[in-house]
Design a protein around this ligand. Structure first.
Ligand code: CP6
Length: 183
């Protein structure tokens, strides 16, 4: 990142908002699917992202089930997928140059929810002022995708809620991380 870009972004980098559900060790994905399927998390995710724009990688898009109407899309949201130009699908917007997309959008005031997966989170972390993590108090050593390491001391941590999954008995917290500096 050059100095100019940093200066330009000094006051308004709230653009990219990361939303993820992770296990105790950062477990995100397993064999092309999510590790965690908690009803309360799905509700939280839907409520948080509904009506907005969601940005995801190609593999995350492919992990979405094809719906009854034959479409693979997160309903009521503008679906943006990062893939190469030959990639086809029912998404709303294709991003082939992620760095270019970040540069164009990072100082805008409109939020874009970054919803996965591992590689996309890692690339967007430096540009996200807010991170919404569902911290699931369980482990899965068969996971093959993990959330990127990030420095928690750079953020203020606020617990928005917690609970226990009825089906599995697994505990979780909905946590908001807000960057202390203005990036
Ligand atoms: N964040 C949280 C997410 C997702 C979920 N929970 C999610 C991951 C991949 C897809 C859709 C949603 N980003 N907290 C799961 C409900 Cl394809």
């Amino acid at each position: 990142m050059n100095i100019k870009a940093r200066l330009k972004c000094r006051w308004r980098c709230s653009m990219f908002v990361i939303v993820a559900a992770i296990g105790k060790n950062g477990e995100l994905g397993k064999s092309g699917d999510l590790v965690w399927h908690l009803a309360d998390d799905m509700r939280f995710f839907r409520q948080t992202t509904s009506g907005g724009k969601v940005l995801m990688g190609r593999r995350t898009w492919e992990s979405l089930p094809v719906r009854k109407d034959g479409f693979r899309k997160l309903a009521d949201r503008w679906n943006i997928v990062v893939a190469d130009s030959a990639f086809e699908g029912d998404f709303d917007e294709l991003v082939t140059d992620l760095d270019g997309f970040i540069a164009e959008n990072r100082s805008s005031s409109e939020r874009i929810f970054v919803i996965g997966g591992g590689s996309i989170y890692e690339q967007l972390l430096p540009f996200a002022r807010e991170i919404y993590l569902t911290e699931i108090k369980a482990e899965d050593n068969a996971a093959d995708v993990y959330f990127a390491e990030f420095n928690k001391s750079d953020y203020d941590r606020e617990i928005l809620g917690d609970g226990v999954d009825e089906k599995s008995g697994i505990k979780y917290e909905f946590v908001k991380y807000l960057r202390k500096d203005k990036i």
